[in-house]
Design a binder for this molecule. Sequence first.
Ligand code: ZN
Length: 338
Amino acid sequence: MDRFPAGQQPEKRKRSDLDSPELLQELREKGSQSNPDNAPSRRNFLLGGAAALAAMTSGMKLGDSDFHKKANELKSVLEKLYGVRIVMGPPHGEEHIRGDMTTLETYANTLTLISQEFSKYPLGMIRKVTGKRTLEVRVVDKLTSTATTASEVSAQEKEHPVTVSGLMEELGNGNEGTRITLNTSLQAANLRRTIHHELNHRFSREWEDWSRHTRKWARHNSTSVLNPYRPVPLGTKADAPTNDRRFLTLFASSSAEEDQAVCAEWMMTPRLHADFLERIENEQDGNIKAILAAKYDEIIDTYKRWSSGKIDAAFWHRIAEQGKKEKLLAAPRGATRC
Ligand SMILES: [Zn+2]
């Protein structure tokens, strides 16, 4: 149940949004506009539909006459298309997650952003995990948590709640579901990459043999039997750098699970994907270059396997090319070579 502030309860819809012929028509039109190159297969229509709906709702303002209607439609499409249930605010009675309710505007904008990022994956890949166990996505402002993994912090620090970008949890106590919690205080670009990071954890828990997975990622970093991963300081920020160039960030050096999730997060984010390729290209130490390249290739193999071949070379090529364009646009103007 969504906890909208009193008096702002969105209107109830009597039937499924996807049963609505008008909405279907609207999605079809917007979807074909946003994907002119795609064949009008059912899958493309649905993916185009979610992305198109997200485009329709981006920048929604509370005062807009159809604000509640559009936010509700988007929530409903996310639920029906992906099987993802969006919930607002921190969970009741769970001490390890704290935070505030988001404003309605932030909530609506976050729905838009989630739709856009989810629509990058083949529909079947998401449905394969959400069909098995429910996936709840909670949007929480000023998210803090004590639910940190052992590899992330030293034991004595574990009780302190720290600001986190996101969390992926398996819900216990007879609840078979899973939950991703997102911190809406993050800037949009950081929220987007966090979605991919947490989804990687979800996929990985579902489809990887845990001990084999850990050994495989450890071996990417070192041929020695010693564990290459070390705890990192409490509250380490997503982008905190490390001098150990085998890892993209300091946080990635904390465990095999995080190493993989950070690599996936970078590869799913155009600009960071281009950064990852640059790191490999510019690395002077042959050993480190090979380690970074092996991790890059590992994500390609893994996502191909997880998506039954749908996430292919062309998929990654498009992201890499977009990343290069974004970097060019962001480069300081007027810089000339002399
Ligand atoms: Zn993580």
